[in-house]
Design a protein around this ligand. Structure first.
Ligand SMILES: Cc1cc2nc3c(=O)[nH]c(=O)nc-3n(C[C@H](O)[C@H](O)[C@H](O)COP(=O)(O)OP(=O)(O)OC[C@H]3O[C@@H](n4cnc5c(N)ncnc54)[C@H](O)[C@@H]3O)c2cc1C
Length: 431
């Protein structure tokens, strides 16, 4: 009987692990709550109505179609019994010989009161759709709103977190507003529309060289975005943001991009985790004391060598974990992860981005062109690449956004808190 490998998560780490195991003499089961893989680097473009949700998602079964030894199970994982070697899923358990936990991360609200309740996260495809609906609904409501205070609140969009996601979303939202929406809502006075980008720290993109963070701030400011550094949120309320300084920002839309934490997966107290819930593993990606259990991607943190929570790290870790399982089966000792840093890039808006590749820094049009090529090439699915390229070209040449439908119907009013499409509930707008 071939040995049985379970992979939890069909994200970057999980899929790259599965790919590495295909063709080997093992039975592989990939488990994910969704039947699709999400290309998270373009998620902010869903929230900013730039591309369609299905253009950044790809069915897991299609990805694995040609890999006959790999089975896909769509289910929620509720826990792992590390002593009994089994994974608890909805309606049962599946046992394993080897396990790769690649369940990624979830939004970290850092215990800020009201953040989970009233802010919009940007972490899953659902989050992106909900945010897009909400933003478009704010404009629909504002156009009829006579009260100037209420209207300004509807038209104030606050993004908390000056990291890559916050920067990219702020830029894309500003372009949506100053382009397509300005033409759609002639009755509105667009001087009332504000896009704010807040961060508790003193610079944007802290993981990038300072010169690129400064350039990003200048570009965003030139795009009409109010960059508010050293502005720590103390609480999020129905009416907006309360800052530590005591100031209040009335805002119907608060987007939370300030951080992530490891997905809750191994509840066992014997397993060491960081404060952010990431599982501490050896440099071979094994859980100490459990050599047949591997963790890869955002959820893993290598003891003494924390790597950034990015897609290249996740896919290299996924592949390494899988190779180590094959080495173990072959009687070899596991190899440590050799991480190849491919650099990092962030787009700001039309013709401007920043990138750092090895020791070279890029900004402006060159970085933007590099960003476009890298993201298009890495998107899964040829059809998705073509459709995204067409959307981008349309946006670029016509300053327009094709994707401006408010769907699903439950979100036809701006909610004062995120609504879940599946629940079909959306509270009455209160401004
Ligand atoms: C908005 C955004 C933008 C980003 N932009 C970039 C970028 O530009 N460049 C870059 O390199 N990185 C970027 N990242 C980070 C990058 O996407 C992550 O580092 C990467 O996705 C981590 O891969 P992973 O496989 O660990 O987790 P994920 O890709 O998140 O996959 C985890 C999978 O596990 C599944 N799962 C989780 N819990 C359960 C459960 N209990 N039961 C069943 N299934 C479960 C999820 O459905 C998901 O499919 C971005 C992230 C976000 C959120």
């Amino acid at each position: 009987m071939p040995l049985n490998v379970i992979i939890i998560g069909a994200g970057f780490a999980g899929l790259w692990a599965a790919r590495e195991l295909s063709g080997a003499a093992v039975d592989v089961t990939v488990i994910d709550r969704n039947n699709y893989h999400t290309f998270l680097p373009l998620l902010y473009q869903i929230g900013a109505a730039e591309i369609e949700p299905e253009q950044i998602a790809y069915p897991v079964r299609s990805i694995l179609r040609k890999r006959k030894c790999i089975r896909f199970v769509r289910s929620e994982v509720h826990g792992i019994d590390i002593d009994a070697n089994c994974v608890k899923i909805t309606g049962g358990t599946i046992s394993y010989d080897y396990l790769i936990i690649a369940a990624g991360s979830v939004t970290n609200y850092f215990g800020i009161p009201g953040a989970e309740e009233f802010a919009f996260p940007l972490k899953t495809l659902d989050d992106g759709i909900i945010l897009r609906n909400h933003i478009l609904s704010c404009f629909e409501t504002a156009v009829h709103e006579k009260d100037i205070y209420a209207r300004r609140k509807l038209l104030t969009f606050s993004i908390i977190g000056g990291g890559p996601t916050g920067v990219e979303f702020a830029g894309a939202l500003s372009e949506l507003i100053r382009g397509a929406l300005r033409r759609d809502y002639h009755a509105l006075d667009f001087s009332e529309v504000r896009v704010l980008l807040l961060d508790a720290g003193s610079k944007l993109l802290p993981s990038f060289p300072e010169v690129l963070g400064d350039y990003t701030k200048r570009r965003l400011t030139a795009m009409g975005i109010e960059v508010m550094l050293n502005s720590q949120a103390q609480g999020i309320e129905r009416s907006g943001i309360r800052l530590k300084s005591g100031a209040a920002i009335p805002s119907a839309t608060v987007v939370w991009t300030a951080g992530v934490r490891g997905a809750a997966m191994l509840h066992d107290e014997r397993i060491a985790k960081t404060d952010a819930g990431r599982i501490i593993v050896t440099d071979t990606l094994q859980v100490p004391g459990h050599p047949r259990v591997y963790v890869a991607g955002d959820l893993a943190v290598i003891d003494g060598n924390p790597l950034p929570m990015t897609a290249p790290v996740a896919l290299q870790e996924g592949a390494t974990a899988a190779r180590n399982i094959l080495r173990d089966i072959a009687g070899l000792s596991p190899a440590q992860l050799v991480y190849r840093d491919r650099g990092a890039m962030v787009t700001i808006g039309r013709n401007s981005a920043v990138a750092i590749i090895r020791r070279w820094k890029f900004k402006g049009f060159v970085a933007w062109a590099m960003w476009l090529v890298v993201h298009l090439m890495n998107l899964i699915g040829f059809r998705n690449r073509i459709l995204v390229m067409i959307n981008w070209a349309w946006n670029y040449f016509f300053f327009d956004r094709a994707v401006r439908l408010i769907l699903p119907a439950c979100c036809d009013n701006p909610c004062e808190r995120p609504c879940v499409p599946a629940s079909g509930k959306c509270r009455e707008v209160q401004v």
